[in-house]
Write a protein that binds this ligand. Structure first.
Ligand code: KG4
Ligand code: ZN
Length: 328
């Protein structure tokens, strides 16, 4: 068995994965969303203290499997350093107590592996990662070779939903709230600029849309229900159109056979629909993770760890490092 731990942001999660069968034997997650909602975003110190309370509770539940551990996997980069440290401290303690190695796991690669939970991996694949911290297209050749093809120059896709919700006085996380609101709104009432529309650049930018939302919110304040929904609809339409335009360019160049969307924001149904369409036009197969594995979780950390275990990519309690800003 491999025990895996996730604490890179505001979800505490532990999973147990069987090495021979890839079966996910145990998976639990405690989300802190409601605790951070009143601040309109994640408060790192609070998140760290909540991980310190919640991770031991989850470990207690995983106790039946602890005697058969072969390794402990933990997200060690990128993320909030004070929250990553909570998971890493638990991995260090387990590693020493059980005499097993640690498998350090990159959070972005773990999101990619959310596609392969209880399945064989598929390579090569072109992957769009959209989360609270990242917006990038990654050429995933193999376990060893992953290359960033495009990334955001400023805000991320998920973050722009969070900020839109915050500006309209709604809760956190903004993604599901704005998606629900957008479904009720009229996307044609307000004109929202699609970022980098006329630029040949293969990159993303969400700060311009954020400003457009801010101006609309200011000019229509106090916001009524109708205006909120219409702003959300216009925002979501432009945000997705931007992804589509840039990914369309990449599709024309690379003609991928297999394309996937991962990360918390890949739960968005309008995104899924738009990309099902794009993939249809290019004869590509669209791969999506199960909805419960889109947001941060330890099951994807465990699945990545299976492939790392095969390659003996180990460190130990003394050599593991936390890198808050590393990428792929
Ligand atoms: O992957 P994730 O759980 O954490 C990070 O690694 O950042 O992604 C969380 C992000 C948040 O910004 C959240 O608002 C966004 O994913 N998100 C969504 C939706 N559900 C979550 N964004 C748009 N539409 C959604 N339905
Ligand atoms: Zn994530």
């Amino acid at each position: 068995m491999i025990l895996s731990i996730e604490s890179s942001c505001d979800d505490s999660s532990i999973a147990i994965t069987e090495i021979d069968t890839k079966a996910l034997l145990f998976h639990r997650k405690i989300s802190q969303e409601s605790e951070h909602a009143k601040y309109g975003g994640v408060v790192p110190e609070l998140a760290s203290r909540l991980h310190a309370v919640d991770l031991p509770k989850l470990l207690e539940e995983a106790k039946p499997w602890l005697d058969d551990l072969k390794a402990v996997a933990v997200t060690n980069e990128p993320g909030l350093s004070v929250t990553l440290l909570e998971g890493v401290a638990m991995a260090q303690a387990l590693s020493i107590a059980k005499g097993v190695p640690i498998i350090p796991v990159n959070h972005l690669k773990a999101h990619i592996y959310s596609l392969f939970i209880e399945r064989e991996a598929i390579f090569p694949m072109l992957v769009l990662l959209i989360s609270g911290g990242h917006t990038m297209v990654i050429d995933v050749e193999s376990f060893e070779r992953m290359e960033v093809v495009a990334s955001t120059m400023d805000d991320s896709f998920g973050e722009s939903f969070d900020k839109t919700a915050k500006m309209m006085g709604l809760g956190y996380p903004g993604g599901p709230i704005v998606e629900r609101l957008a479904a009720k709104g009229d996307p044609t009432r307000f004109r929202m600029p699609v970022p980098l529309r006329h630029s040949p650049k293969i990159a993303f930018s969400y700060s311009g849309i954020k400003n457009a939302v801010r101006l609309l919110v200011e000019s229509h304040s106090p916001l009524d229900e109708r205006s909120r929904a219409d702003i959300a609809a216009a925002f979501q339409k432009a945000a997705i159109e931007h992804l589509l335009q840039k990914c369309g360019k990449i599709f024309r160049e690379r003609r991928p056979k297999d394309f996937a969307i991962v990360g918390g924001a890949s739960a968005n149904m309008a995104v899924r629909e738009a990309f099902a369409n794009l993939c249809g036009r290019f004869d590509a197969t669209l791969h999506l993770a199960d909805l419960r594995y889109c947001s941060d979780n330890a099951a994807m950390v465990g699945r990545y760890a299976l492939d790392a275990y095969e390659r003996q990519l180990f460190c130990d309690a003394l050599t593991i490092r936390v890198s808050p800003r590393s990428e792929l």
